[in-house]
Design a protein around this ligand. Structure first.
Ligand code: ADP
Ligand code: 2DT
Ligand code: MG
Length: 217
């Protein structure tokens, strides 16, 4: 009997209000309609003990030193890593709303001189590496015009501008070839169609016949 083909690891990234949650949902529904097993995850996962302290920090209820909160975000991914690996191994495709790309850029955007992008990426080394990372690209002005913007820590236009520049920096690095920018200013349906095309390319290509990689920098 031939082994079960592994699932794909697909991440959706972008600024707040870029449309990540909307598009992850649509992508999962489409993959299911295509007959694939799908697990939808998101980071931060606010339901674990680590996630609960991240949640209270994001809501402004507690304070954390910049490095400490950075490492908690990373630990929140590490605690889920065995589960991600097991899903992929057993043939389930995992779609994740934010991952270590957000982890690196939001912390580096704080302009703490001791917390550079290079420093911020280190604790992520070894995590399951996505086969595809779709960066939903939108200007901070267009994102701010969408409903619901402005509630939590980091949702200021200055911060969002720096975050976007740092995402662009990650996109240009040769080690992040799995990152693809998609214009998030298009209509929901247009964005979804582009994402379906990227999904089809991934499932038709050679990549998934190879083992899941670990992130290295
Ligand atoms: P995120 O998860 O990136 O913060 P959401 O998916 O929650 O973004 O979307 C933020 C808001 O923008 C929601 O009100 C959503 O309905 C709306 N929205 C999402 N995608 C689009 C789009 N392509 N065009 C216009 N509005 C959108
Ligand atoms: P949402 O739950 O609305 O996506 O916002 N963040 C996220 C970090 O600073 N580091 C991380 O590692 C991750 C995953 C981005 C979550 C907020 O937390 C920020 C916005
Ligand atoms: Mg969201």
């Amino acid at each position: 009997m031939s082994p079960v083909p592994r699932g794909a690891l697909i991440v959706v990234e972008g600024l707040d209000r870029a449309g990540k949650s909307t598009q992850c949902e649509k992508l999962c529904r489409w993959l299911e309609q295509e007959g694939r097993r799908v697990k939808h995850m998101r980071f931060p996962n606010r339901s674990t003990p680590i996630g609960k302290s991240i949640d209270s920090y994001l809501r402004g209820e507690t304070q954390q030193e910049d490095h400490v909160i950075h490492l908690l975000f990373s630990a929140n991914r590490w605690e889920a890593a065995p589960q991600i690996i097991e899903h992929i191994r057993s043939g389930t495709t995992v779609v994740i709303d934010r991952y270590y790309y957000s982890g690196a850029v939001y912390s580096a955007a704080k302009k703490n001189p001791n917390l550079t992008l290079e420093w911020a990426i280190q604790p992520e080394i070894g995590l399951p590496k996505p086969d595809l990372c779709i960066f939903l690209d939108i200007s901070s002005t267009d994102a701010a015009a969408r409903s619901g913007f402005g509630g939590e820590r980091y949702e200021t236009s200055e911060m969002q501008k720096r975050v976007r520049n740092l995402f662009q920096e990650l996109l240009q690095k040769p080690q992040n070839k799995e990152m693809v920018a998609v214009n998030a200013g298009d209509s929901m349906e247009e964005v979804h169609e582009t994402m379906r095309r990227l999904g089809n390319k991934l499932f038709e290509g050679e990549g998934l016949s190879k083992p899941l990689k670990s992130f290295d920098y």
